[in-house]
Design a protein around this ligand. Structure first.
Ligand code: XBP
Ligand code: MG
Length: 261
């Protein structure tokens, strides 16, 4: 059994419910600011989440709109403008304290620090959004707490490609079985698995009923040890938050669980 050396965190949906209440809201503000009648409701945004990357998501949505610009260059320019505006609105939303850390996240990060387990961020979201979010929740020295921070700009291929995970492992100088990924989406789970990193899934709003294959554990959130598959035995920790020993135990079982949406 490999002792855990690092916990690798996805950002959107895992640290914060930032898709439904953050990026989606900010995209709609950007549409409004440019005088576009386009709006993404929760259901439509859920469909669009299969496209990783905000700009890529905009380009995909434009293929379905009769009032989108005619040429590829015009669409690209509009997507860049909308995306930059969306990121500014996202930073404002994050700063307004409307997007809290998901329960249990801070406790697990603290335990990692106390026990000398490295923290990494592995996301294919833009760096500016990661910085806004982590600065708001962990303060200006947040960067010092993470031994690796991989963002969308650092890779050629976004999740579900494993490139972001492979880069994080190289940066940390560890093997995949010395790490565990925390991910909420099918694409994120696929990315970690393709890099051979075991994945724990605290289900998020958008992917609560999604098909998720090959995780080492799936459960309702890191705030509770109840309701996970494989089940956690009460032990000394009872139904408190998920601990590093819990992560280690799931990884050591070498078993995987799936859910089919
Ligand atoms: C996150 C994404 C991003 C965010 C929006 O997925 O797909 O596109 O929705 O952020 P993951 P940007 O963290 O799993 O890679 O607008 O910066 O792309
Ligand atoms: Mg996610």
């Amino acid at each position: 059994m490999n002792p855990l050396k690092a916990v690798l965190w996805d950002v959107d949906g895992t640290l914060v419910e930032s898709e439904r209440d953050g990026h989606r809201v900010a995209f709609n503000l950007a549409f409004e600011a440019l005088g576009l009648a386009w709006r993404w409701d929760e259901a439509r945004y859920g469909e669009l989440l299969r496209i990783t990357g905000g700009r890529e998501r905009l380009m995909n949505d434009m293929t379905t709109r009769t009032d989108a610009p005619a040429t590829a260059d015009e669409r690209d320019a509009l997507a860049r403008d909308l995306h930059a505006r969306k990121n500014r609105y996202f930073a404002e939303l994050v700063g307004s304290a409307g997007l809290p850390l998901r329960p249990g996240v801070a406790a697990l990060m603290r335990e990692c620090a106390e026990r000398g387990v490295a923290l990494g961020v592995v996301t294919t979201t833009s760096r500016v959004n990661v910085e806004a979010l982590l600065q708001a929740h962990l303060g200006a020295p947040w960067r010092d707490r993470f031994a690796a921070v991989v963002c969308g700009e650092d890779v050629r291929n976004k999740k579900p490609d494993p490139e972001a995970y492979r880069l994080a492992l190289r940066t940390l100088g560890i093997g995949p079985l010395e790490a565990v990924a925390i991910e909420d989406s099918p694409g994120g789970v696929a990315a970690a698995r393709a890099a051979d990193v075991p994945v724990v899934v605290p289900l998020s709003a958008y992917f609560a009923r999604a098909t998720i294959e090959g995780a080492v554990a799936i459960g309702p959130g890191l705030h509770t040890r109840a309701g996970w598959r494989p089940a956690l035995h009460p032990g000394a920790c009872g139904d408190g938050p998920v601990t590093l020993d819990d992560l280690q135990g799931w990884c050591a079982q070498m078993d995987t669980v799936s859910q089919y949406g």
